[in-house]
Ligand binder design. Sequence first.
Ligand SMILES: NC(=O)c1ccc[n+]([C@@H]2O[C@H](COP(=O)([O-])OP(=O)(O)OC[C@H]3O[C@@H](n4cnc5c(N)ncnc54)[C@H](OP(=O)(O)O)[C@@H]3O)[C@@H](O)[C@H]2O)c1
Length: 318
Amino acid sequence: MALTSLLDTLLDRAIVPGYSRVGFVVRRQWWAADLAPQALAGRTVAVTGANAGLGKATALGAARLGASVRLLCRDPARGRQARDDIVRHCAGAEVEVDECDLSDLKSVRAAASRLRNELPAIHALVHNAGVLPPERTETADGHELAVATHVLGPHLLTAELRPLLAAGTGARVVFVSSGGMYAQRLRIDDPEFLEGDYDGTAAYARTKRMQVVLAELWAERFADAGIAVHSMHPGWARTPGITDALPRFAKVVGPILRTADEGADTAVWLLAAEEAGTTTGLFWHDRRPRPTSYLPFTRHTPDEAEKLWDYCAVNTRL
Ligand SMILES: NC(=O)c1ccc[n+]([C@@H]2O[C@H](COP(=O)([O-])OP(=O)(O)OC[C@H]3O[C@@H](n4cnc5c(N)ncnc54)[C@H](OP(=O)(O)O)[C@@H]3O)[C@@H](O)[C@H]2O)c1
């Protein structure tokens, strides 16, 4: 194993240095030449939850590479503010705002339908919208909020945008998961968190595990259409999500948190890098595929993965 590869792996296993800014700064030293300045010219990239944090940074990163960007936001006013910020940082960027609440299946269907009417193709879809609910709440469709936002909404949006993704040569779908998913196994026996006391952090991590498995399942289903599907985790980045939902965590690791741009780096890279178009179904962090499980109890069977697919299909009425 090359020395850099060994160091990269050590950073990953040690968690704190790897997930923090330290990991990003060290690994950046040995990355191959960066992407071409206009690597995404002529390509349309849709990002969910794009008005703040990593979603906004991902949209800006894609715009800087020449992409035309669609910001899928639940609050159009916040979306327009983000669009103005992005254009301020990237003059001439093509940025549009689309209303889409990922936790609301009707809203997801409507947004996808508008995109299908307006666009000939989408070349990349980034499932970024995320939430860490303090208590168990249900959406208008009757689903627990974290599973609705991280799993059911993205599943439906992927399916609804299939024709546009198939039309976009070499299209990619990226699920923004979390390193927190390593602590959880796929719990398809209780996807809606009905058993025991609700723990928002556990629900968050369990749905982040579901996203990684779902990415693998979509990768298999999309292989024939030439659409690559990946998941990734950003490490720990300073965003409203971290400072508002996890203030104590943000305080303790504050000095070593990544910037939003650093956290979004791998998501942006996956949209353009050749390596991410010739592979599919992988889980990435800092531009490198990573194992999806370290602890034996977090491994799932193929049968459990298919049950997740069935759960998504039934509950999005595909
Ligand atoms: N920051 C980190 O260190 C970190 C670490 C691991 C994983 N992640 C993942 O990275 C992603 C982005 O996180 P972040 O830290 O940037 O969080 P954030 O600052 O809280 O931003 C989350 C974004 O998602 C949007 N959103 C939430 N629910 C939505 C819904 N139902 N429909 C549409 N948009 C919705 C929010 O919109 P509003 O402004 O309308 O609320 C906001 O734009 C998440 O999936 C998170 O799990 C982040």
